[in-house]
Design a protein around this ligand. Structure first.
Ligand code: FAD
Length: 292
């Protein structure tokens, strides 16, 4: 399978990329940025995407901050061109260790070595680990466009099937994770190692000094057109006593709250059953690993 014909442009820096994307769009073309190419190229090969022009962001890797991982205070900043593999190998410290741990689930090593954080967030797959982690840890996605720079909170980023708030003439330059979470975990099920998850569950827990829970966060992938935060499940955690019973109850609440669609990967009931199990499993891991 081969992509439809397209014109190729190499951007020198962020301003050049934005200029190319907006000029081409103004001329009635349908350009797309390309970073790691690990989602866009397969989509083009299957003719699910047919951009008229590709604007290659590869050279942006050399720009300051674009592949940087910086931890300051309670915020972790990643340049948009940072690869999954860079994060997997980084020593992020306990507050953001879940980011590095989750990377082992992203495709295979060659995909992780080329695919980027920014590309994954803009692509917006409902089971993508980065999209779930963005909701889990209150990420802010920074995009540069013809009208300047804007910041998109993760809660406003993903709104449908591969639909994100980033405009076609914008370039994502960085993502900031603003919520430190030492007690956090992501688990998932996929039929083969390296495949996208059938269902994935990412959670955080916030313990109180008296041993009970202040609350927690539950984010699911693979059960809706976009990654999904589940307040019904989070409500079960608030004020509860951490342990297997509470975590199982939270898993049941999550499974009841969702309305997944069945497909070749699994029926709706199967996805509900996976949700029940994975939420409880993630909560157990988050509780155990929190003292890293
Ligand atoms: P690209 O493919 O280059 O682009 C993707 C989209 O983002 C395009 O629309 C492009 O225009 C846009 N874009 C890219 N960068 C920017 C930017 N800086 N600003 C604005 N727009 C931008 N992903 C997972 O999360 N989990 C998995 O388990 C997983 N498994 C995979 C298995 C296989 C076999 C393959 C081929 C891919 C898999 N992926 C998986 C996808 C992979 O993680 C991609 O790297 C990622 O989704 C996109 O990153 P990229 O840099 O390759 O983006």
């Amino acid at each position: 399978m081969k992509p439809a014909a397209f014109a190729y442009h190499r951007a020198h820096d962020v301003a050049d990329a934005v200029g190319l994307l907006s000029d081409l769009a103004a001329r009635g073309r349908e350009p797309k940025a390309i970073a790691g190419g690990q989602s866009l190229m397969p989509m083009m090969s299957f003719r699910l995407a047919r951009p008229s022009d590709l604007v290659d962001l590869g050279r942006l890797r050399d720009q300051p901050g674009m592949t940087e991982i910086a931890h300051t205070g309670s915020t972790l900043r990643l340049g948009a061109m940072t690869t999954h593999r860079q994060v997997e190998l980084a020593r992020l410290g306990p507050d953001f260790a879940v980011l590095a741990e989750a990377m082992r689930y992203v495709g295979h090593l060659p995909i992780r070595s080329r695919g980027t954080v920014g590309g994954s967030l803009v692509h917006g797959d409902a089971t993508a680990e980065w999209c779930m982690l963005a909701l889990l840890l209150d990420a802010v996605i920074v995009a540069e466009g013809p009208n300047g720079r804007r910041e998109i909170p993760a809660g406003e980023m993903f709104y449908g099937f591969y639909a994100t708030a980033v405009e076609a003439d914008e370039v994502v330059t960085e993502v900031r994770f603003t919520r430190a979470a030492p007690k956090a975990a992501l688990t998932e099920f996929s039929r083969r190692a390296g495949d996208f998850a059938t269902v994935a569950a990412a959670v955080t827990l916030e313990p109180r000094a008296d041993g009970s829970l202040e609350g927690g966060r539950v984010v699911l992938g693979g059960v809706a057109p976009a990654p999904l935060r589940v307040p019904e499940a989070e409500a079960v955690l608030a004020g509860g006593a951490p342990g297997p019973e509470l975590f199982a109850a939270c898993g049941r609440a999550a499974a009841e709250a969702i309305d997944p669609r069945g497909d070749a990967q699994g029926s709706a009931d199967y996805r509900r059953a996976l949700t029940r199990t994975l939420v409880a499993r993630s909560l157990g891991q988050a509780w155990e690993r929190g003292d890293r």
